[in-house]
Ligand binder design. Structure first.
Ligand SMILES: N[C@@H](CCC(=O)N[C@@H](CS)C(=O)NCC(=O)O)C(=O)O
Length: 240
């Protein structure tokens, strides 16, 4: 739902986002900034040589994304940044339903996606032995069923988790679509699949052609290069 821009939108162009092109959490925030028509400057972080700005604005985790505005503290963590954007610009493209209990339910699922689903991709990379990898692939497939059922429940026959248009969970899960494709290809399996998760397959296509995601989810080349970097910079333990 797109409503008229408020006066305070002029302040928004002061927003800077510390991010990285391969970072899904950065994409997540960019997606929301685009949906809310908020202008921002993206400052690309090199993880081999993190900027002073990143180290001072997120000294504990030293991670992106970080949202910066003049005379305000840095806002950290993608889900917190999204919440913040929704609170300060509630009238421009509403991500959540109005009901607080319904919001809390969506946030639970965001927590699930961030703690139970996506981390499995990293564990798959770091697990050296074949058997261990197979176990993780199974777990990813199990979780893809959970997500398929979640989609059926929330979309209620409509194209997005949010219903007729992109909502909170679309943003939360949608940012992982590039890595989902890469991890599947790299490990010879399908994470979302026409037979097992037909709704998520159709949803993925819709998401990737959505205007607000254009240019936000990078090409597979970027994932390939980032994966090479990860393998070199943070090598998995050797198989015993
Ligand atoms: N929970 C955080 C995760 C952020 C995160 O993991 N960022 C990664 C890039 S995807 C990062 O900055 N990594 C820097 C590093 O590992 O040195 C969020 O939602 O913002």
């Amino acid at each position: 739902m797109i409503l008229h821009l408020s006066h305070s939108m002029t302040e928004i162009s002061q927003i800077k986002l510390l991010g990285n092109i391969a970072s899904p959490y950065t994409s997540r925030v960019q997606f929301v900034l685009n949906l809310k028509s908020i202008k921002y400057e993206l400052i690309e972080e090199d993880f081999d040589d993190k900027s002073e700005l990143l180290l001072t604005s997120n000294p504990l985790f030293k991670r992106v994304p970080v949202l910066l505005q003049s005379n305000k503290p840095p806002i950290l963590e993608s889900l917190i940044i999204i919440d913040y954007l929704e609170q300060i610009y509630p009238d421009v493209y509403k991500l959540y339903p109005y009901d607080h209990a319904d919001q809390a339910v969506l946030k639970f699922w965001a927590y699930y996606i961030d703690t139970e689903f996506f981390p499995l991709y990293g564990r798959l990379r770091k697990t050296p032995d074949k058997e261990g990898k197979e176990v993780l692939k199974k777990q990813i497939i199990e979780k893809s069923h959970v997500l398929e059922n979640l989609f059926v429940k929330f979309s209620n026959g409509k194209p997005y988790f949010g219903g007729d248009d992109v909502g909170y969970l679309d943003v939360v899960l949608g940012c992982f679509l590039g890595w989902t494709k890469f991890v599947g290809n790299h490990n010879n399996f399908k994470i979302f699949d026409e037979v097992r998760t037909p709704n998520l397959i159709e949803w993925s296509k819709r998401m990737l052609s959505h205007e607000s995601l254009k240019g936000v989810i990078p090409d597979q080349e970027i994932h390939i290069d980032f994966f090479k970097w990860l393998t070199k910079a943070r090598p998995p333990p050797k198989a015993t």
